[in-house]
Design a protein around this ligand. Structure first.
Ligand code: ADP
Length: 513
């Protein structure tokens, strides 16, 4: 009976031991193999006979030995069972990732005398993890270098060559249709010079990259000792370049999963390249616009000054009778000339500011006096619009170190707007101060500004009214803000649609230079 039981147990053990899905190995306390099942032999790429002459440490990847041995020693001294993810090195040089559950078998005295490892090949899962990590690291690089795609590509090539590839090249199509290598990296940097002949070869018609260039289709080529993937960088139906990954790791062939990862990286790279291109083009267009504005406003100003002078000369030459007859027309022409000059001046000012040439001439200025003068000078404008302007300011002078002409410009812009958008209702100008700062505000009861427009109206060419109803270039507030900030102050607005606006300027008494 006992004999029959033992043979039954042995059968059951044998069935478990020979099951084909997980590797099973028994070792003594020094790690020497005593028993291995066929699946274990398959995983580590050795025969049973070979293994019985080796120790677990002889197969383990050098980078994983230290962690593994520490756990191993603990368990041989009665420590807990453990699970470890580690690599085995196969005789052909390839690596296999395993998940090992290791437990001890006890002797009659309850002490460990054998160790048993249940081993599962997790190489596929690890590869997928590495692919994901590589993709996320590469994406981070792309987002960190949005304007310097070449730097990003070089970093990605280096990253690839230390993870998913042995070598990585990035080739971009030039204007003449040829390919130019912009990034190259090899796992062994001493091999990098060898990439140069490969670079020349890249656009030759017998190169593996040539069909990718022609068809825009990705390619996967597997050879005896290496595997290569070439994926196009495609945008707007055109191939902009190619990413090439090669691996010569023993036993490692690229699969369709690797190709999908490479294609995903190509998509992300193209998005960055396209953004960099759009950014560059936008910068160039802005520079072109600024240059044009600067030249145009300069050129427009000279004839305008001359026309104004000539007009006044003609006016003086007229007989008193003729002068009376044309006076109304003359004042229309003068007003329109004034408006034209102020538009041209704004354009010129903006081109100065863009070129960083806003220069301040600081002097002792009385703000109350300056406001009175500006209001006085603008009385015709207020009269025509029907707005009554009142000034609420201390009776004594309010002095500070400012640029008088620039402050005038600020006040003219704010008052001009309050008149233009003020619907003929009263405008209130207030000035107050403490020891260090002054506040200047202009309040109107006009059309007001919608909340979503409040932040942007201080930008260049930004407007929140329809061009049909109100003329203007959208530069006054931009210039105002630049001046106020150059003087070390701040400008802000509070407004409600239909209920008017309040523009406030804060200035330190001594402008920062
Ligand atoms: P412009 O008046 O030439 O359009 P600005 O830079 O002076 O340029 O003003 C930008 C925009 O801000 C104006 O187009 C207008 O929509 C709005 N805005 C400025 N001041 C006022 C105001 N007092 N009331 C209502 N809207 C204003």
């Amino acid at each position: 009976m006992e004999k029959r039981d033992r043979s039954f147990d042995e059968q059951r053990f044998s069935a478990i031991f020979h099951q084909p899905l997980v590797g099973v190995a028994h070792t003594d306390l020094s790690g020497r193999f005593l028993l291995v099942n066929p699946r274990y032999c398959e995983i580590v790429g050795r025969t049973r006979e070979e293994l019985l002459n080796l120790r677990m440490q002889d197969l383990t990847h050098p980078d994983d030995i230290e962690t593994n041995l520490a756990l191993f020693q603990r368990i041989t001294q009665g420590g807990p069972a453990f699970i470890i993810e580690k690599r085995y090195l196969r005789p052909d040089g390839s690596t296999v990732w395993v998940n090992n559950s290791v437990s001890a078998l006890m002797d009659a005295e309850g002490k460990p005398h054998l160790l048993m490892a249940i081993s599962q090949d997790i190489s596929e899962r690890k590869r997928a993890e590495f692919q994901l990590r590589f993709l996320s690291d590469a994406s981070r690089i792309l987002s960190e270098w949005p304007e310097d795609a070449m730097q990003a590509l070089q970093r990605i090539a280096r990253l690839a060559s230390t993870s998913v590839a042995t070598l990585c090249l990035a080739e971009l199509v030039q204007q003449d249709g040829s390919l130019c290598c912009v990034a190259a990296a090899h796992r062994d940097p001493s091999q990098e010079p060898l990439l140069h002949p490969l670079r020349k070869y890249a656009s030759a018609s017998d190169s593996p990259l040539y069909p990718v260039l022609q068809t825009g289709e990705a390619r996967l080529d597997t050879h005896l000792d290496h595997s290569v993937m070439a994926v196009p960088l495609k945008a707007r139906g055109r191939v902009l370049g190619i990413l090439l990954f090669g691996t010569s790791e023993p036993g490692r062939n690229y699969t369709s999963d690797d190709l999908a990862m490479a294609q995903e990286l190509a998509h992300r790279t193209v998005a960055t390249l396209e953004n960099a291109r759009l950014f560059r083009e936008a910068q160039e267009a802005i520079q072109l616009r600024d240059e044009f504005l600067s030249i145009a406003s300069h050129e427009l100003r000279t004839p305008l000054v001359s026309i104004s002078l000539q007009l006044e000369l003609v006016h003086r030459l007229l007989s008193p009778e003729s002068r009376r007859q044309v006076e109304t027309r003359f004042s229309v022409v003068r007003r329109q000339l004034g408006r034209l000059s102020s538009l041209v001046n704004d354009l010129l000012e903006v081109s100065h500011i863009s070129a960083g040439k806003l220069e301040l001439e600081l002097a002792d200025v009385d703000l109350v006096q300056l406001a009175r003068e500006v209001i006085e000078r603008m009385h015709v404008v207020f009269q025509q619009s029907g707005c009554e302007v009142t000034l609420h300011a201390p009776s004594e002078p309010l002095r500070g170190q400012w640029d008088a002409a620039r402050l005038e410009q600020v006040l003219i812009n704010l008052l001009g707007n309050a008149t233009r958008y003020g619907q003929g209702r009263p405008i209130r100008v207030s000035i107050r101060a403490d020891n260090d700062r002054v506040w200047l505000s202009v309040r109107d009861e006009g059309i007001g500004i919608a909340p979503q427009d409040l932040a942007r109206i201080f930008g260049r060419f930004e407007r929140a009214v329809s061009r049909r109803h109100y003329g203007g270039l959208g530069l006054g507030l931009y210039i105002t803000r630049q001046i106020v900030e150059a003087l070390g102050g701040q400008v802000r607005v509070e407004s409600e649609l239909g209920r008017g606006s309040l523009f406030e300027v804060f200035l330190p008494r001594t402008a920062l230079r």
